[in-house]
Design a protein around this ligand. Structure first.
Ligand SMILES: Cc1cc2nc3c(=O)[nH]c(=O)nc-3n(C[C@H](O)[C@H](O)[C@H](O)COP(=O)(O)OP(=O)(O)OC[C@H]3O[C@@H](n4cnc5c(N)ncnc54)[C@H](O)[C@@H]3O)c2cc1C
Length: 418
């Protein structure tokens, strides 16, 4: 590695690799410093090892999946969006397929192929990538970037720097929140960091249901008794509470409300296709099947078998009781539980399990047209380190790619002006 470059990129995740490649493509001498033993470790485990690369939803729908200010990404998405990342991967021999929900995956089903494709692409553009290179500090003089310090005190000098260190979640992948510390030391404000897209700890919890995945249910989120959002799809029971796509998508709103001291609960409609009346009629009809048709049989016809004993205990019903003998109140209680299986929030999973970090470097201090710091000359940001977060569905990686592209391009343009 040399001692001076035009541009240093900290972090060889998706944002850093795209940023480095884009800047090198325009003639900049670029080095990417990655602290782990391999580039893009997190990318390699995304989408349960399959990597949901991006989403093909139209722009207006796409940005609705991003908080807190999706319009901040207008220029970044305008410069580089879903089709462009697919083109780059295609150029590197990584074919993609679009699945349910417009989600794009590598055709091979391997996140590793995406990671290796991006590394090769960045190198092909001329970027140098070094592993085992933890940056420990940024050298700044008169509000301008001068370079970085590595853990062995080596100094690498460059007039431009992109912080692409990712968030704080899954720290074993290398994303330990260093970029927030660097930015803070340079005077930037960090919007409160919270784990997002993560499991919710509930009371009661049902460890005996661990692994039970409910499909086609509707999960509603209530804050202080008021419904604030809902999601249709899958909910998974865990030993601590609930997880799965619906819960992940509701998790940030739930976590924010919970951390503000509000009472939060989830209500799962196990039979969203049936109204209360329809359910009542169905139970009435089933009850005519004869005295030997027990409550246990009725519940087994309505629910996954693991949930039957939970219902019997909660409703204080004997499994051997004849369904025909259920009182009006008992039938109503059963229907209410089917339509609203309630779970109070008592906490959430931490950084080790959260898919992303909400919060980050304040958008007010970044120029959305360039991704440049408004405080320090030559400093740029890309990826999850910025106060932007997306839902599950490929949105977070697209944020990383697009902000990376714009940051790399802007840094290269600035270098040309010098
Ligand atoms: C389990 C899991 C599954 C996910 N699945 C998906 C998915 O399918 N689709 C999707 O869109 N999003 C998914 N995400 C989110 C997505 O992976 C992240 O949003 C994305 O990786 C962020 O990219 P980034 O480049 O900003 O940061 P990162 O990918 O976190 O990369 C940052 C890099 O910087 C390096 N670094 C940090 N500090 C230093 C330092 N001081 N010196 C040198 N290097 C440093 C890190 O080692 C790391 O390699 C998933 C996340 C997880 C945890």
């Amino acid at each position: 590695m040399q001692k001076t470059y035009d541009l240093i990129v900290i972090g060889a995740g998706p944002a850093g690799l795209i940023a480095a490649g884009r800047a090198a493509m325009q003639g900049a001498k670029v080095v990417v410093l990655e602290k782990m033993e391999k580039p893009a470790r997190k990318l390699r485990i995304t989408g349960k090892g399959r990597c949901n690369i991006t989403n093909m939803r139209p722009f207006n729908e796409f940005i609705q999946e991003i908080t807190p200010n999706p319009r901040f990404l207008n220029k970044a998405f305008g410069s580089f969006f879903n089709k462009q990342i697919i083109e780059i991967l295609d150029e590197m021999g990584v074919e993609t397929i679009t699945e349910r929900g417009q989600r794009v995956f590598p055709a091979s089903g391997k996140a590793w192929d995406v990671a290796d494709g991006l590394v090769k692409w960045a190198k092909k553009q001329g970027a140098e990538i070094y592993i085992h290179c933890p940056v420990t500090g940024i050298i700044e003089e008169n509000k301008a970037v001068k370079g970085v310090k590595l853990d062995d005190n080596t100094e690498i000098i460059a007039p431009c720097l992109i912080i692409a260190t990712g968030g704080k979640s899954y720290p074993a992948t290398g994303s330990t929140g260093d970029g927030y510390r660097f930015a803070e030391q340079l005077g930037h404000t960090i919007a409160e960091l919270r784990p997002s897209l993560t499991g919710i700890e509930t009371h009661p919890s049902f460890p005996q249901l661990n692994g039970l995945n409910l499909r086609n249910v509707n999960a509603s989120l209530y804050v202080d008794g008021k419904k604030v959002d809902e999601e249709f799809g899958e909910v998974e029971f865990t030993d601590y509470g609930v997880d799965g796509p619906c819960i992940l998508r509701l998790s940030l709103k739930a976590i924010d409300a919970f951390r503000s001291g509000n009472k939060v609960h989830f209500s799962i409609d196990l039979k969203p296709a049936l109204s209360n009346d329809k359910l009542f009629n169905r139970i009435e009809r089933d009850a005519t099947k004869g005295k030997s048709y027990t409550v246990n049989m009725l519940l087994r016809d309505l629910l996954p078998s693991q949930l039957v004993s939970v219902f019997l205990r909660h409703l204080k019903l004997s499994s051997l009781k004849s369904a025909a003998e259920l009182t009006f109140d008992e039938r109503n209680a059963l229907i209410n539980m089917l339509k609203g299986f309630n779970l109070n929030m008592r906490g959430h999973r931490d950084w080790n399990e959260a898919i992303i970090t909400a919060g980050g470097i304040s958008l007010n201090e970044i120029d959305s047209k360039t991704m440049a710091s408004k405080l320090i000359d030559g400093l740029y940001f890309a990826g999850e380190v910025i106060d932007l977060s997306g839902n599950t569905g490929g949105y977070n990686l697209q944020i990383a790619f697009s902000t990376g592209w714009l940051a790399g391009q802007s840094a290269a343009e600035k270098l040309k002006e010098r």
